[in-house]
Design a protein around this ligand. Sequence first.
Ligand code: F6P
Length: 319
Amino acid sequence: IKHIGVFTSGGDSPGMNAVLYAIAKAAEANGIKATGIRKGYEGLIDGDFMSLETHQLQKLVHKGGTILKTARSKRFMELEGRKKALQTLKINNIDALIAIGGDGTFRGLLAFSEICDIPFIGIPGTIDNDISGTDYTLGFDSAVNTAIENIDKIRDTAESHNRVFVIELMGRDSGYIAIHSGLVVGADAILIPESGRDFIYLLDKVKSYDSEDAFLIVVSEGDEIGAELLASKINEVNSSVDLRITRLGHVQRGGNPSALDRMLGIRFGVAAVEQLLNGNKNKMVGLLNNELYLTPFEEVVKQHQVNDELQKLLELFGK
Ligand code: F6P
């Protein structure tokens, strides 16, 4: 392998710049050229490249977002777009690819592998933590830290006014951000899509709420009830509550990566280069029980389920 192309794809997540630094550093140490591909699969199709300089990236390890920019490419979903991307790789003599992204990114790589024999290594980069083959995706820990910092602030005002707050967190179809955040802020209820429980228990609890304290409900955006409907149901059972909705939104995606995410970025980046040099292809580098682990893309795209231990904690604290 002489020339690795690297891109970030899907939603950005804190720690992506740390990965880029680690890839550039490991490539440099092995005498390999590393080229950054801008805007995910879009840049792969269009040949939108930039050089990855270790001395510049070194100063960006602490920064959120991705200097390569990112996108969700519709063109790459079509065979025509993938053929064009293959052509771009060949013309530029790129003989290996590292992609950092979420499940959409891995689905893209799977489809691309049908027409492209260049080896790919994937790195899980999404705040959602919804990927099999890793305990943590890059950015999840930072997103949870951002969420709890903000929910702690909401608690201050909620307690001052004796208000009920419905706080909606990101995660797409996964409740990981909501369950982790809800548990450590002492939420009164946590609603996540994976629990399979309805919200009736919550309405019972709110019915007897005496408006003498704060009442914090953390709901994952993927939960079928949704913040607005939940709020109106609460008002139906207890019209005396003073309720506000906060949708934390994209603030969860930004900000400096946590120590864990910076370290994950460094480990994943170096491992990805090493795995390409070892002759591995079409696998994702993950971390299971604090050990680096490789998972084939076919496995990666299967949904990451909230485990039994977390479900039990949800029963105990979130009810
Ligand atoms: O996958 C990351 C994520 O932030 C999800 O939690 C959220 O549902 C989605 O992306 C938001 O996407 P966009 O930035 O395109 O609005």
